[in-house]
Design a protein around this ligand. Structure first.
Ligand code: 1GP
Length: 243
């Protein structure tokens, strides 16, 4: 049933804040999945994203199958490449890297993925993906060979997000990049949120509950966190307190 996006809209209209735990298949051995997902299930997380910029062939599918064995949370593919698509997930973020000007990541990979998508019943969610400079080069920048938008170019960021919405994208992802030095600033989140009527995803470099709350208060509907959980599994417990 293709209900992931519909349920997200319903949660947002109920004023719920959403949290996705990002699992990078390259960094999560299948034998760690049971323990990790047990922590996710007990946490405030509402979604699981699976994907990475550089992932070996065929690793993603077995990881998704393992994750789905242990949780009822929706599992969304956050693909770095076409080989990360799997019919076992609940939905796919169909990312177009609209901050960049590399045609492969704007439309090329999408065309390549169609035979695979045709063979699945995956819910496909069109996603505007905006990479914003964060103080150091990230894997997304390296792999896609695109330049992030400088954090100071607020108007360019806002206009890019608006253009994505007008193109019909279902939601917008403001990305600082995995392990970013600086997360997306509240100022950027607030300004983009004011311009859009579609949901706003924010991720990259969020390492504390204070930063998470700051992103929510500025207008993020869904926040994505990966590295902080990878580095310290007790971060799940930190997020529980006070929410
Ligand atoms: C990266 O936005 C995500 O694509 C999450 O970033 O790993 O820094 O939490 P972190």
């Amino acid at each position: 049933m293709k209900r992931v996006y519909k349920n997200i809209l319903a949660s947002i209209s109920n004023k719920e804040k959403l949290l996705a735990v990002l699992i990078d298949p390259d960094k999560m051995p299948v034998d760690h999945v049971a323990h990790f997902i047990d922590k996710v299930n007990q946490s405030v997380a509402t979604h699981i994203f699976v994907g990475g910029s550089t992932v070996a062939e065929d690793v993603t599918e077995s990881l998704i199958i393992a994750i789905k064995t242990y949780t009822k949370l929706p599992v969304l593919i956050f693909p770095g490449d076409v080989n990360q698509i799997s019919k076992h997930a609940d939905a796919l973020l169909f990312l177009s890297l609209i901050s960049g000007r590399n045609p492969e990541y704007l439309i090329g990979k999408h065309v390549t993925s169609i035979p695979q998508l045709r063979a699945t019943n995956l819910e496909v969610i069109s996603t505007g993906y905006i990479l914003i400079e964060n103080g150091r080069q990230t894997a997304v920048e390296r792999v896609t060979k695109t330049k992030p938008i400088p954090r100071t170019d607020l108007q360019v960021i806002i206009d890019t997000a608006k253009a994505g919405e007008l193109l019909g994208m279902k939601w917008m992802y403001l990305e600082a990049g995995s392990g970013a030095l600086h997360p997306i600033t509240p100022q950027i989140i607030r300004a983009v949120k004011q311009e859009l009527s579609i949901p706003l995803i924010v991720g990259g470099g969020i390492r504390s509950k204070a930063q998470l709350d700051e992103a929510y208060h500025a207008g993020a509907d869904l926040v994505v966190i990966g590295t902080a959980f990878e580095n310290d599994i007790t971060f799940f417990d930190e997020l529980k307190s006070g929410r």
